[in-house]
Design a protein around this ligand. Structure first.
Ligand code: APR
Length: 170
């Protein structure tokens, strides 16, 4: 798998799968979640509601991932994952890595060849960007794909891009 980091708006990524940094409720929010629902349109939320009905208590466990249509986005699917909230007291890095590995497993099972990720948990969920990048790269590298040939980290600002470039160079 080719793994690259680029600066940009993930809703414009021309890939098979765009990964959404959602929350367990799967009903939208701010940040990249809000951007994906705004750009992708109501079809995404409709399928999130359907996905919720198949989830325990209607909630997506953190570190897990579910697919929906991508609606009006260039992508074919959106894979929604819920990242861990940063905690200085508790090491939740395995859950963050799982967001990447599980999202890739779901995308690969769909037959996707290219997948775009945002910096999961590095916004509202407060994860320090340097370590968010280290966990992201580790989570992606832990996956052995059948179909996926390209993983693209799409970063919204230069600081995040530089953190991911450093993590990829290690
Ligand atoms: N394209 C790419 N990256 C983006 C975009 C975009 N259009 N918009 C925001 N980002 C970046 C942020 O700058 C941050 O680096 O995505 C990263 C993740 O930030 P959040 O979207 O806040 O996601 P997260 O920290 O995982 O928090 C998730 O926030 O929006 C709510 O419903 C969501 O409750 C959930 C929580």
């Amino acid at each position: 798998m080719r793994i690259i980091a680029v600066r940009g708006d993930i809703t414009e990524a021309d890939v098979d799968v765009v990964v959404n940094a959602a929350n367990p409720g799967l009903l939208g929010g701010g940040g990249v979640d809000g951007a994906i629902h705004r750009a992708g349109g109501p079809a995404i939320l409709a399928e999130c509601r359907a996905a919720k009905r198949a989830l325990p208590d209607g909630l997506l466990p953190r570190g897990k991932a579910v697919p929906t249509t991508a609606g009006r986005l260039p992508a074919r699917w959106v894979v929604h994952t819920a990242g861990p909230i940063w905690s200085a007291a508790q090491d939740r890095s395995a859950v963050l890595r799982s967001c990447y590995t599980e999202s890739l497993r779901v995308a690969d099972a769909l037959g996707a060849r290219s997948v775009a990720f945002p910096a999961i948990s590095a916004g509202v969920y407060g994860w320090p960007i340097e370590d968010a990048a280290v966990q992201a790269v580790a989570g992606v590298r832990a996956f052995q794909p059948q179909h996926v040939t390209e993983v693209r980290f799409v970063l919204f600002d230069d600081r995040a891009l530089e953190a991911f470039e450093r993590a990829l160079s290690d």
